[in-house]
Design a protein around this ligand. Structure first.
Ligand code: GLN
Length: 548
């Protein structure tokens, strides 16, 4: 059945990492600024069912949605740029599509037919896109990978069919390409774009709009050459010049007329644009004079994409404090008692982010200790909270063997452990697990309610006692040590509503020392910075001023 919903398909050509995710998110932001309701979906050609088990070194951060789906990091951009709330239906991979088709085949749903890529896989892909139709006026669908890859072919074939299935004016193809600049001859080259569009047309998709990534604005003669060779109108060739701040992208797209072009193609009558909110964000993020330096102590520091949401949330934290946030990445494996003074000499605060596995743990404990003993603000997120608890247990409570069962399953003092039985407020049932449970099934994933204690750093930040935050972890605070650690200044300021699961801890002899079991970075937007990040940056700024 044809739907009234409009679909925009965003493909990418020439090479990867051109910023298709940001482009899709920015298109979403622009359409919202003109009064439309949007949602965005990512179709990923890899065979993993979801990116949950993929190494962050290779694939960047795993983004977690409210409903507990582990997704591609582009969904983080989608939520930061728009009001759309992501769910399991916003990310499909080849693995997830095949899993569903194979299940149906085993059930006998195909009534004896030979199950094939066309039509069965392509139908499944189209059905997955259509799951979002009811959710918005416009569904933007980003196809992962680069046109020309074998893996993306079924997805491209499925979106090609969309134009035949739906009313023509409801389907739009946007292709993102690269127009490289050659310094030796001082010119930009259009050939890679021509080839990429040729590839796309060979599988039956004629792009309506081209977005061209470039370091130089594209002059009229270049745009007209691209238009001629790629069979698009000159006005439909959009320059996407490199930016210093990602939130400039919607503004630049608007000044290139992208929103009006989209409306023309899709025959939409929309409100007048209001992009002042993005101008304001960019101004705040780039013009502030004060700089606050945050040391991030982690193990994935060589690939900044691994901490995508965290980096963004920290920058958002500067917005209400009128300061810019500079990040100093410190490899936890290279940090020790001897060199930490030197490594932290420029840092106004320390943050230990989430992570998995034993590598670099002792360096992170050294970092938490340094923050505590030198009254530097400390923010521990998930694993970073575990680290703070272990550090205080070892160095203040005298439990020298204190550890997490994740790092030492036989520790005599498991201050962080695998809780074998607990009430899951989301699933509303008792959950059970043990050391032999399957890795995939035993994580606490997605949004869980938390009760915040008054008179705490957490309450100061949230200004409410009832919050909900997103989780992705297996290990928990061990309540057996609550009193012992409390006597040493570690208070519990957030718990599950039944008080069983510890969600936030704070160390009282420090201006701002907080660890949380959840990932607040997944909820921060430039238009609505997360309160914990705002307060952490505020404390870091105060610390900087006090030390000057
Ligand atoms: N590895 C820890 C756990 O599984 C922390 C996870 C995280 O930081 N996201 O509990």
């Amino acid at each position: 059945m044809k739907s009234k919903t409009k679909y925009i398909f965003v493909t990418g050509g020439v090479l990867s990492s051109l910023g298709k995710g940001l482009a899709s998110a920015s298109i979403g932001a622009l359409l919202e600024s003109r009064g439309l309701k949007v949602t965005i979906q990512k179709l990923d050609p890899y065979i993993n069912v979801d990116p949950g088990t993929m190494n962050p070194f290779q694939h960047g951060e795993v983004f977690v949605t409210d409903d507990g789906t582990e997704t591609d990091l582009d969904l983080g951009h989608y939520e930061r740029f728009t009001n759309a709330v992501m769910s399991k239906n916003n990310n499909f991979t080849t693995g997830k599509i095949y899993e569903s088709v194979i299940k149906k085949e085993r059930r006998g749903d195909y009534l004896g037919a030979t199950v094939q890529v066309i039509p069965h896989i392509t139908d499944e892909i189209k059905a997955s896109v259509k799951l979002l139709s009811e959710k918005a006026d416009v569904v933007i669908v980003e196809i992962g990978g680069t046109v020309g890859d074998i893996e993306s072919l079924p997805f491209l074939e499925a979106i090609r069919q969309f134009k035949a299935d739906e009313d023509e004016e409801n389907v739009l193809y946007i292709h993102l390409t690269l127009v490289p600049y050659i310094p030796a001859s001082d010119e930009v080259k259009t050939k890679p774009t021509q080839h990429s569009v040729k590839e796309l047309r060979s599988i039956g998709i004629q792009p309506d709009i081209l977005i061209c990534r470039t370091v130089k604005p594209l002059l009229k003669d270049i745009k007209s050459k691209i238009a001629l060779f790629c069979n698009v109108r000159i006005d439909d060739v959009i320059t996407a010049k490199d930016v210093n701040c990602i939130y400039e992208v919607p503004i630049n797209f608007h000044s290139e007329g992208l929103d009006s072009k989209i409306f023309e193609h899709l025959n939409i009558k929309a409100d007048k644009p209001n992009i002042s909110v993005w101008k304001n964000v960019v101004c705040k993020l780039t013009q502030a004079e004060q700089i606050v330096k945050i040391a991030i102590v982690g193990k994935y520091i060589t690939l900044k994409e691994s901490y995508k949401s965290l980096n963004e949330a920290l920058c958002h934290g500067g917005i209400l404090n009128n300061c810019r946030v500079a990040l100093i990445y410190i490899d936890s494996e290279e940090l020790n008692k001897e060199n930490c003074q030197e490594k932290f000499k420029d840092a106004d605060a320390i943050l230990v982010p989430g992570g998995f596995g034993t590598r670099g743990i002792e360096g992170k404990i050294t970092a938490a200790r340094y923050a505590r003993e030198n009254s530097l603000p400390y923010f521990g997120i998930c694993l970073g909270m575990h680290i703070a608890v272990i550090e205080i247990a070892r160095n203040k409570a005298g439990l020298i063997q204190a550890n997490s069962e994740e790092f030492n399953p036989n520790t005599s003092d498991p201050v962080i452990y695998l809780m074998t039985e607990w009430y899951d407020a989301k699933k509303q049932k008792i959950e059970k697990r043990d050391k032999n449970s399957k890795k995939g099934g035993t994580m606490r994933l997605g949004a869980y309610p938390c009760h915040v204690k008054k008179d705490s750093l957490a309450y100061n930040a949230y200004q409410t006692q009832k919050i909900s935050e997103r989780h992705r972890h297996r290990f928990e605070f061990n309540n057996k040590y609550k009193e012992k650690l409390h006597n040493q200044g570690l208070i519990i300021s957030g718990t599950s509503p039944d008080k069983h699961l510890v969600e936030i801890v704070e160390y009282i002899d420090n201006p701002w020392f907080l660890g949380c079991q959840f990932h607040p970075e997944f909820r921060s937007k430039p238009t609505k910075p997360h309160p914990l990040f705002t307060d952490f940056i505020k404390a870091s700024h105060t610390n900087k001023k006090n030390r000057q």
